[in-house]
Ligand binder design. Structure first.
Ligand code: FAD
Ligand code: UDP
Length: 377
């Protein structure tokens, strides 16, 4: 073994594949879960044969040519384009906020200029644009903020939107056109044969050994001490929480098989109001309209609930409170001092990463940090 990769999420899989194929290294990948792909994992629901995303709907999207070329080596992508709806006060609207949302909410037909003027008149001058609330009000005005963002965000984060950083909502575009696509990237789609098949192909190399169901910390002594490690597990766990535990949000999914061929008519519907306890409902059959073999009388849905993660929970979203940011800076200092361990990925850097960002940063790590370690720089 030349290199040990901790974590078989997209970051770890990309590192392993690049190191085996391009650098000719023998790589062992360990993951404590019993499947590849981290949170992007999907498999077939045994009762219905419908592909379900076990950690919530994952749609691949990127504008990075190198990443798109790279992932296409392992899978074809369908032409799926993500669109999301939001239920508020008994009516349904399209998201992210676009001209269609504005016309429906204010119950009149508006041109883009008329809508711009209206929203401008609704944005207060005294908001703090560094907070989620301030950024949202500045971009969509107070009424739309109150309807679609305030309570949804409160459910998802259980934190006052005035104490959340603006970049959380920065991911969502605001459009003065009827374009209601969720993502604005050049390339978008779902792996045609499923996420599982894609990830299997990434590690189908004789120089890659995968050990699933293997927690690094429980098996650490089995690996030679001088072998370099790419670590994509939690940063605070690696250092035994010396600077305290970093804050994460976790999700609970309530799974249901419903006796209908179509439960809600769309892949994802958000629930913006506080009286509904879940944030959104996923209906997985709609991610693959091209799959004609899906059953016609049954469907799989998952209601998503959000809460603070405890020590035993899967971490999903970094909270990034001021205390978290201070602790992360100290952990990063410790990480820099680890000579033969490289930290990467969502957990290892305490950053929200989309799949394409995980792939891109893993490719960079291989080029800039792993290659020089093996004299291949
Ligand atoms: P992960 O996928 O988290 O992989 C890390 C792996 O390390 C895990 O498998 C974990 O089990 C393993 N590990 C941790 N500790 C140990 C240990 N001690 N020993 C062994 N193994 C360990 N991205 C998109 O592009 N599109 C989307 O639509 C999208 N939707 C998302 C929806 C949700 C609800 C969430 C939470 C994320 C979403 N993402 C989406 C982001 C995506 O899931 C990942 O964050 C991204 O692929 C990062 O991958 P990663 O390898 O860095 O981390
Ligand atoms: N958001 C919202 N209302 C919605 C959807 C999103 O207020 O209907 C806010 C919320 O604060 C969320 C952020 O926008 O955390 C980012 O949304 P996104 O859909 O990117 O989150 P994810 O899919 O990663 O959960």
């Amino acid at each position: 073994m030349d290199l040990l990769v901790v974590g078989a999420g997209l970051f770890g899989l990309t590192v392993a594949e690049r190191c085996a194929t391009r650098l000719g290294l023998a790589v062992t990948v360990v993951d404590r879960r019993r499947h590849l792909g981290g949170n992007a994992f999907s498999d077939l629901d045994p009762a219905t044969g419908i592909e379900v995303h076990r950690y919530g709907t994952h749609v691949f999207h990127t504008s990075n040519e190198a990443v798109w070329r790279y992932v296409n080596r392992f899978t074809e992508f369908t032409g799926y384009q993500h669109r999301v709806l939001s239920v508020h006060a008994g009516k349904i609207y399209s998201l992210p906020v676009n001209l269609g949302t504005m016309c429906a909410y204010f119950e009149r037909v508006m041109t883009p200029d008329e809508a711009r003027a209206l929203i401008r008149s609704q944005t207060a001058a005294d908001v703090d644009p560094t907070t989620l609330e301030g950024r949202a009000i500045a971009s969509i005005g107070r009424p739309l903020y109150e309807a679609f963002v305030r309570h949804y965000t409160a459910k998802q984060w259980q934190t006052d939107p005035r104490n959340l950083p603006a970049d959380v909502i920065g991911r969502l575009p605001v459009r003065y056109s009827f374009d209601n696509r969720y993502f604005a990237d050049t390339y978008e789609g779902l792996p045609a044969d499923g996420y599982g098949t894609w990830f299997e192909r990434m590690v189908a190399h004789p120089a890659i050994e995968v050990r699933l169901g293997t927690d690094y910390f429980a098996h650490r002594t089995e690996f030679p001490a001088d072998v370099p490690v790419v670590y994509t597990g939690a940063l605070d766990r690696y250092f035994d929480y010396v600077h305290g535990a970093l804050g994460w949000r976790t999700l609970d999914f309530e799974w249901r098989t419903e006796p209908t061929g179509d439960f809600q008519g769309a892949p994802v519907i958000n629930y913006a109001d506080p009286d509904v306890p879940f944030t959104r409902v996923h209906e997985f059959r709609h991610l693959h309209p091209e799959r004609r073999h899906y059953p016609s009388g049954t469907t799989v849905i998952a209601r998503e609930y959000s809460r603070f993660a405890g020590p035993q929970d899967e971490p999903y979203y970094p909270i990034n409170s001021p205390a978290d940011r201070a602790a992360v800076a100290r952990y990063r200092e410790l990480a820099r001092a680890e000579r033969r361990v490289l930290f990467g990925g969502r957990l290892g850097t305490y950053r929200y990463l989309d799949m394409h960002m995980a792939v891109a940063s893993a490719m960079t790590l291989v080029d800039n940090a792993v290659s020089p370690l093996f004299g291949r720089g």
